[in-house]
Design a protein around this ligand. Structure first.
Ligand code: HEM
Ligand code: HEM
Length: 172
């Protein structure tokens, strides 16, 4: 995602949005299967049980909240920008980080959109893409988190710290 201006660091809002979205996506991955009984019932034109409907609504509204927060986050990124990758990082790792961030944005938009198309318009193909993405997201988020921890503990760059503390409050 090298489409934004470069800044000294992330703002408190950017940091809050990053971690709230991350928590909500992880929640969705864990409870994702709970929407299936109600989805199957609607697909077969029958009425889901009350508990199944409540579970489905939680998945739907948490997912739509992710979409809303992702829009806000992308707007800030485009208007204000994000910090440059650490200068000491080699070109290959910079490219991998950029591609990973691009994929993560694709997921936080793509998952709610494909889910909504399956849920509201009964488009099975969208439901299948939505399900197919699950292991890919887990792999990409795993790579992303491992890279952040590796940067912090082995490379000792400020990459993790700048996603925890807003730019103005940092000493450097
Ligand atoms: C960040 C947002 C979201 C994530 C990470 C997510 C994740 C998941 C996961 C992990 C599953 C279960 C897949 C499986 O068992 O293999 C699932 C199923 C499903 N989700 Fe989502 N979801 C999100 C947003 C939404 C939204 C906003 C809607 C609807 C408005 C939605 C509708 C569905 C439906 C209909 C299914 C069942 C698909 C099927 O059985 O074919 N999802 N989701
Ligand atoms: C579903 C979970 C996650 C998503 C969707 C996500 C998404 C993103 C995205 C898109 C960026 C690029 C910055 C931006 O444009 O806003 C980013 C940066 C970052 N993320 Fe995540 N992230 C997730 C989980 C995590 C986890 C678990 C960690 C740490 C263990 C982490 C650590 C970081 C760090 C340190 C940065 C800053 C990288 C830099 O400034 O170069 N993220 N994340």
């Amino acid at each position: 995602m090298n489409v934004a201006k470069e800044t000294a660091g992330y703002t408190a809002t950017q940091i809050l949005l990053h971690w709230v979205i991350a928590a909500l996506v992880l929640f969705q991955l864990v409870i994702g299967e709970d929407i299936k009984p109600a989805y199957r019932a609607f697909s077969q034109h029958s009425s889901p049980q009350n508990d199944d409907l409540i579970n489905a609504n939680i998945h739907v509204y948490v997912g739509l909240l992710v979409l809303l927060l992702a829009l806000w986050r992308l707007a800030i990124r485009l208007l204000r920008g994000v910090p440059a990758p650490p200068p000491e990082e080699n070109m290959l790792f910079k490219r991998i980080a950029m591609a990973t961030h691009f994929l993560l944005y694709l997921f936080i938009f793509g998952m709610p959109i494909t889910g909504a198309l399956a849920w509201y318009f009964d488009l099975d193909a969208m439901g299948e893409i939505h399900e197919f993405a699950k292991p890919i997201i887990i792999a990409v988020v795993g790579l992303h988190a491992a890279a952040a921890l590796w940067q912090h503990f082995f490379v000792k760059s400020d990459v993790l710290v700048r996603m925890l503390r807003p730019a103005k409050q940092r000493m450097s």
